[in-house]
Design a protein around this ligand. Sequence first.
Ligand code: FAD
Length: 511
Amino acid sequence: MMKKSETYDVIVVGGGNAALCAALSAREEGAEVLLLERAPQEERGGNSSFTEGLMRVVYNGADDIKALSPDLTEEEMVSDFGAYTEEKFFDDMARITQNRTDPDLCEILVRNSNGIMHWLKQKGIRFLPQFGRQSFKVGGKFTFWGGATLAAVGGGRGLVDGLYKAAGKAGVKVLYKAWVRDLVHTDQGVTGVVVKLDGSTQRFPARNVILACGGFEANAAWRSRYLGKGWDLAKVRGTKYNTGDGLEMALRIGAQPCGHWSGCHAVGWERYAADFGDYALTDDYERDSYPFSIMVNSEGRRFLDEGADIRNYTYAKYGRIILEQPGQFAWQIYDAKVVHLLRPEYRTRHVTRVTANTIEELAGKLEDVDRERLLKTIREFNAAVKREVPFNPNVKDGLRTEGLAIPKSNWANPIDTPPFEAYAVTCGITFTFGGLRITTEGQVLDTNHQPIPGLYAAGEMVGGLFYFNYPGATGLTSGAIFGRLAGRSAALAARKITAATETHGNTRNLS
Ligand SMILES: Cc1cc2nc3c(=O)[nH]c(=O)nc-3n(C[C@H](O)[C@H](O)[C@H](O)COP(=O)(O)OP(=O)(O)OC[C@H]3O[C@@H](n4cnc5c(N)ncnc54)[C@H](O)[C@@H]3O)c2cc1C
């Protein structure tokens, strides 16, 4: 039986970073807010809670870092933070998306990226630079290289818990295990949601609804439908709850799809990882040190330029290339010269690793790989390295190969120093790029290019920002900015509806 509840100014669908920022922002504008999270409380927070909490933001030097991370010690402040200017962020977005990123959305993202951190800080989130993961210590000093310098203390879990705490304090009402199944839609626009809660289907009326319930990365059928053949075989890095529900219900009422629906963020991931993210294991499954490796497939061949750019600018597109290899797997091979640079997760128990004292021994041990072809690949690779160039992990060092069909453009150390290590990887999908078209106020447009009254979107559900690839650590920044924007817009719209209702009666038939 369908039950009816009180009318909220704003209902937020989802319980990750974008949803929480939307809810907090709507509350700041005085709206009565209900947040509906599909997951149980202990699994709340969506993909946001699986992250490192790393955020790509504009800063113009060490002072800007200190302003966001006031607890840094004098010793830590000696680090070389460099700068990440607006210009650089714009350039990265344009280059990485092959000039496809929506200019208006991109502008909102870049120009608000520093400010959103101060807003989050006011909400109680603390930030620290990612020493070691976004910088290497060279000459006794950490040098940051990737535009993604700061992360929330406690990672994604710390960020999400901090935002739930702030939401609780601000008076946002939260319901868990609240599976939103549909939008209530009339000629006046969206006037509520249909929710499955505690086994019963209920209707929650609202003046405005914000969809912030993720992409369709955890839906195998949709992955193969939109991303293409083979994508049903990818491992899901994060939450199992992002199955495209919000997109589906919005498209059903005529919302306009936007962006790269056949595109996604996908990385190299432990070959035998679980099918979905697991808080206890996810961090151990990352295999992002590949710029210092050579990667080979089952035919024993290299198939991509491991050193094309620093990790933050290649990792999100290399998962797709691994998925396209026979058997959907590859091996990353390292020698003793670089193993000290491997991220700590390579040293956990949750790895598929092979070690050997000779290349021949290693080649024999790699499961499902053509041994003779692999030995030839390594010989050819080593012979092609321009050895006179010094190796430097902190910059694109130009230590490259010459004459190979598939070059390695940086960090191309020969594989010649025992012991050797190899790690088996497959494709782990992070999130999908396709979303809904929104206005610069966060409102969803329909396929007539008209705003749908009462409907807003934020986070992974916003289409048009990312195409082909993604500059690492932009998802949380984008989720917070577009969440905050949608929250404010929805609250202001609710205020107008309330004022109009007081003057003219119930004009939008909220039911
Ligand atoms: C392992 C991993 C590491 C990452 N690391 C980083 C990083 O360090 N920095 C970074 O910027 N990005 C990172 N990302 C990407 C980042 O997680 C996303 O870009 C961002 O968290 C998306 O936020 P969101 O709020 O849109 O979605 P989510 O955080 O996924 O939230 C979606 C929410 O919607 C809920 N939901 C889904 N369907 C329904 C429904 N029908 N009804 C009600 N609720 C529903 C889900 O339960 C969830 O709470 C990482 C992702 C993963 C998986």
